[in-house]
Design a protein. Structure first.
Length: 584
């Protein structure tokens, strides 16, 4: 289910975004501190990320999904509104290909993952540690670029982030080349950061073996390569690199924690995003009300303010700092909605959700004034933010914008995402889970979190698979194997290899038997329960068949004991021999 799993970066990555929320890569939640209390907010459709998370100057989040061999995902809209990805959001369809400068024999999947002419890795398999470079001590054409690592390929990709009528597209800066590539077999880049000195920092795990044990067992292709190349002998040699540029001095060492709040306000206009982000964070942490008036003057771009002539980025940070200090007001937001910079206008609409959620008529009318805005980013945010209002006026504004821009792919995609987020997910779980007892409800909800954080990376959030066919869709197999508990338990305990119903996929399903019986029961219960409810032929019978649909820890233990001696993955043919019995 996961390809090229690098040890050491399998923990959740978190990102304190511009909007003052802490997002995480895997679990469908976000966090923030208010009044010294950690608040938790559920993301209905999850984040579906994996080994990296970053944001740009305007609060756009960039996830990645290595299990699905996806080097960038979730960057079209904030996950709080749902999930929206486009299969063609990458140059000419070649973005997934990687270009190492050294042979790549140590890849899970074997020779099928290598190019015939030079034996180099042909596609991302461990995309991780991405960042948007936001520094000021490297050439300006690097600022705003998307950087992501692949430690299996020993490369770092550099991509342009292109805004095409509101839709974001990633494009490799180089043709059949990478930004950084190494001939060192132990070069394992796993993270990148913009440093306070304005340079780029690269974390190199510098380790021979990076895959987990599920991929490197005895008699596996990967174990043979590891022993042949002696990769097991290189451990505990991690490195950190700083990428500089000849002729450009490094920036000064920060003293943000020791400086007065008024000085931090000035850093909101710093050319290096690291300083802006940390100044905003520290001002909010201090809860220093003495700078409120200065922040308001900056937010509306008032000349002669503390920054004399605040840049658009300073105005954006000032708005979010005011929001974090619980000091944002409608007058400031309404003024910012008239800003000449589109991203400032978008930010004002975004923050106005505080009032929109209360169906504040004055705010909704002010947002309406932007319905013909020339920026699709602004129009997109209007649709997203107004979706929180239950008023007919808000719905009419959204409908008008969509009608006038009916051919815009981004707005159309947002509409579908909101419908899925607000109707299908919420209604289904809100109405059906209420009928379950606490034990079963908890098991299914926990299974849902696990599915969306791990299984969805290969099988898709809706179980319909992914466009790159990394793993079989679950929905298509519903009427067969999914209806047999024993078979599904066996797959999770020991894994699955080979063709599935005659079709080959990119890799094997790894064994999950190291997890507890409760963990496996929860995942399978969610899958069977979710698919049972979405299948028209069984929907009406689902509530009465819960005892047959759900998988119990005791059932998992029974199969675990029966198959205790088995060490290899199952094949579809083996499971089909006993798949005629249906549980529901």
């Amino acid at each position: 289910m996961i390809l090229g799993f690098p040890e050491g970066i399998n923990e959740q990555v978190r990102d304190l975004n511009l909007d003052n929320w802490i997002y995480v890569t895997v679990d469908p939640v976000r966090f923030r501190y208010r009044n010294d209390v950690l608040q938790v907010d559920t993301l209905i459709s999850g984040s579906n990320g994996q080994w990296g998370l970053t944001h740009d100057n305007f609060g756009r989040l960039f996830f990645s999904n290595a299990g699905a061999e996806n080097a960038g995902s979730g960057f079209q809209i904030n996950p709080v509104y749902g999930q929206l990805d486009f299969n063609d959001a990458y140059d000419d369809g070649t973005f997934g290909k990687v270009w190492p400068i050294i042979k790549t024999p140590d890849v899970q999947g074997g020779i099928d993952r290598l190019r015939n002419n030079d034996s180099t890795l042909n596609h991302f398999t461990a995309a991780c540690g991405q960042s948007i470079f936001r520094g000021d001590h490297l050439p300006k054409d690097l600022v705003g670029n998307y950087l992501i690592n692949d430690p299996v390929a020993r490369v770092i990709r550099r991509a342009k982030v292109i805004n095409k009528s509101g839709k974001i597209i990633l494009e490799n800066v180089y043709s059949k080349q990478e930004f950084i590539a190494s001939t060192d077999m132990n070069f394992r880049p796993v993270n990148t950061y913009t440093g306070p000195d304005g340079c780029l920092y690269i974390v190199d795990m510098h380790r021979g073996i990076i895959q987990e044990g599920a991929w490197t067992g005895p008699d596996t292709y990967l174990r043979t390569q590891i022993m042949r190349l002696k990769l097991d002998q290189n451990v505990q040699h991690g490195r950190i690199y700083r990428l500089g540029y000849d002729g450009m001095e490094r920036g000064p060492k920060p003293q943000i924690l020791n400086e007065p709040t008024k000085k931090l306000v000035q850093y909101l206009d710093h050319p290096n995003g690291w300083w802006r982000d940390n100044a905003q964070k520290e001002i909010i942490r201090r809860d220093d009300q003495s700078v409120i008036n200065s922040l308001k003057r900056i937010a509306i771009g008032e000349k002669g303010s503390m920054l004399k002539q605040p840049s658009p980025l300073a105005r954006i940070h000032a708005l979010w700092t005011l929001e974090g200090l619980n000091s944002i007001d409608k007058d400031i937001l309404f003024a910012a909605m008239q800003d000449k910079d589109a991203q400032v206008r978008r930010t004002a609409v975004w923050i106005s959700e505080y009032f929109i959620k209360k169906d504040d008529e004055q705010t909704i009318m002010k947002v309406q004034e932007l319905k013909d805005d020339e920026s699709y980013d602004v129009l997109s945010q209007i649709i997203l933010s107004l979706s929180y209002s239950k008023t007919d006026k808000a719905k009419a504004i959204m409908k008008e914008i969509l009608a006038k821009n009916s051919k815009n792919e981004m707005l159309e995609g947002i509409q579908k995402s909101l419908k899925n987020n607000q109707e299908e997910e919420v209604k289904k779980f809100g109405s059906m889970l209420a009928n379950l007892n606490v034990t079963n409800r908890t098991m299914i909800l926990e299974g849902a979190i696990t599915y969306k954080s791990i299984c969805a990376n290969c099988h898709g959030v809706d179980g319909k698979g992914l466009f790159n066919s990394v793993a079989p869709p679950l929905v298509g197999n519903y009427e067969r194997m999914l209806q047999n508990k024993d078979a599904m338990i066996k797959i999770l305990l020991n894994g699955l290899k080979g063709p599935v119903e005659g079709k080959s996929y990119l890799d094997i399903m790894p064994a999950m038997g190291a997890n507890s019986n409760e963990w496996i029961a929860g995942v399978l219960s969610f899958i069977r329960y979710d698919l049972a409810l979405s299948n028209s032929s069984s929907k009406e019978h689902a509530p009465g068949n819960l005892s047959k649909i759900l998988v119990s820890p005791e059932q998992v233990k029974k199969i675990r004991d029966q198959t205790a001696k088995r060490k290899s993955p199952w094949t579809w043919a083996e499971l089909e021999e006993n798949s005629h019995t249906k549980d529901f």
